[in-house]
Design a protein around this ligand. Structure first.
Ligand SMILES: *[C@@H]1O[C@H](CO)[C@@H](O)[C@H](O)[C@H]1NC(C)=O
Ligand SMILES: *[C@@H]1O[C@H](CO)[C@@H](O)[C@H](O)[C@H]1NC(C)=O
Length: 423
């Protein structure tokens, strides 16, 4: 008898594994969720001795405008010329914020294969990245000292330094983004990782694969589309299907229990160093401003995002408690963007409410690359948003630099450089 969980994960994920294994993971997931809140309350829990926030007031989502942490800083990250990368491989799970070309192989409207996408990319050509230039996956790989991991759907044998499973329009739930066509939902990304693991075992053997995965980075930036192109799909006048089914807090739990379940599947396959990015200022996206006819950020959406992020952090702590052999970190995807919106000039931005490329109010219609329908700005580096939903390459660079060398509360407890050095 299969244990039944939240709707989405009630399923087939146990296929090919023993029931016992499935059951154990299910159990841990429930444990994790149920202690998510408890752990946050007990900020000094012994299991989190190495968590720098221990004992500190847990409400770190205050957006003080005078926060020195958020001002531009000279990067302390020396160019690392040593041959050895910080992680031997990086496996990236997520959506268009990280997709380096998976959607090129899918039947979907969510594609970035025409100019002006990629116009600031080396060579100036579109590659499938949803940006004017390099994206987070590229900057992440650069910090690590690796080439950008290839998209899974065209990786071939090129898997030894990691793979990017991220897919534009994908979410934690299978249904998210499906209005645009095909994508690789998180569940599918995880089953594709199982294929990669088998291929690694054929190349490196059992022990070699185990060693590689133990030291590799498993990076998750997913969940935006579960809100943007699912839960908040409608214009706010009528509820979406999911809003009829779930309160914001129930929906948050549905997402987090599914996310944790998938992370635990990866742990069972040998993942050990796990970084999870929280959601960004979804209420400020030009697309949201357009469909809701709002002049400013939609605070009711940002409130829900911040609550999700707090709960996500708690779940990551719960995961840490449940898996002492693994190492988890939370990366804040919200604060920096929020700060830039409040103080654009601190980072040299001039426009923080419109897409550089698109049409309609705030360029909030996703028409960038549909010939004859869009307008595009001259200098994307002055813009927070490249199109109706995606940040510019300039922003991705700043965000990943924060993840790499930042400190509390941008990275809790470890930044990605520190996570690499945890033995
Ligand atoms: C989601 O998709 C996966 C296949 O990638 C499938 O195994 C699972 O049953 C699906 N979940 C639901 C709720 O349909
Ligand atoms: C360069 O990377 C190696 C391998 O991770 C690390 O041991 C070393 O400390 C790094 N050097 C600098 C200057 O950061």
């Amino acid at each position: 008898m299969k244990p039944k969980g939240p709707a989405e994960r009630s399923g087939e994920s146990g296929k090919g594994r023993s029931m016992g294994m499935h059951h154990r993971h299910f159990h841990l997931c429930i444990v994790a969720i149920s202690v998510c809140t408890a752990i946050a309350d007990a900020a000094s829990a012994g299991d989190f001795a190495r968590d720098r926030i221990g004992g500190k007031d847990d409400n770190h989502f205050d957006h003080g405008e005078g926060d020195m942490n958020l001002l531009p800083q000279q990067s302390s990250d020396q160019q690392n010329n040593s041959k050895s990368p910080y992680y031997p491989a990086v496996f990236i799970f997520g959506d268009s914020l990280s997709d380096v070309g998976n959607n090129n192989k899918l039947i979907t409207l969510a594609k970035a294969t025409r100019s002006p996408y990629g116009r600031d990319f080396p060579g100036g050509k579109p590659t499938g990245r949803f940006s004017n230039g390099l994206i987070g996956s590229d900057f992440l790989a650069e910090h690590i000292g690796l080439p950008t991991p290839p998209p899974y759907l065209s990786a071939g044998d090129n898997i030894l330094h990691g793979v990017c499973f991220a897919s534009g329009s994908a979410g934690i739930l299978n249904s998210s983004g499906s209005i645009a066509g095909q994508n690789l939902p998180l569940a599918k990304q995880v089953t594709y990782f199982a294929n990669v693991k088998r291929a690694l075992q054929a190349r490196l053997g059992e022990q070699g694969t185990k060693d590689l995965l133990r030291k590799s980075l498993f990076y998750f930036n997913v969940g935006s589309n579960d809100y943007v192109i699912n839960y908040f799909l409608t214009n706010g006048q009528v509820p979406s299907l999911l809003q009829e089914q779930y309160t914001p807090s129930q929906f948050q739990d549905l997402l987090l229990s599914n996310l944790i379940f998938r992370i635990e599947e990866l742990l069972a396959m040998g993942a050990r160093k796990v970084a999870v990015v929280g959601l960004s200022v979804l209420g400020c996206l030009p697309f949201q401003r357009l469909i809701r006819r709002a002049d400013t950020c939609i605070e009711s959406i940002n409130d829900i995002v911040r609550a999700y992020n707090v709960a996500l952090l708690n779940c990551i702590r719960a995961l840490q408690a449940a898996h002492p052999d693994a190492v988890f970190t939370y990366l804040d995807g919200y604060r920096l963007a929020d700060f830039i919106i409040r103080q654009p000039s601190a980072y040299g931005f001039e426009n923080v409410d419109s897409g550089c490329c698109g049409s309609g109010r705030f360029n909030g219609l996703q028409t960038c690359s549909v010939p004859g329908t869009y307008k595009v700005c001259k200098d994307a580096s002055k813009y927070l948003f490249w199109d109706s939903v995606h940040p510019t390459t300039e922003v991705d660079k700043l965000v990943i630099a924060k993840f790499w060398t930042g400190s509390y509360p941008d990275a809790i407890p470890y930044n990605l450089r520190e996570l690499a050095l945890v033995s």
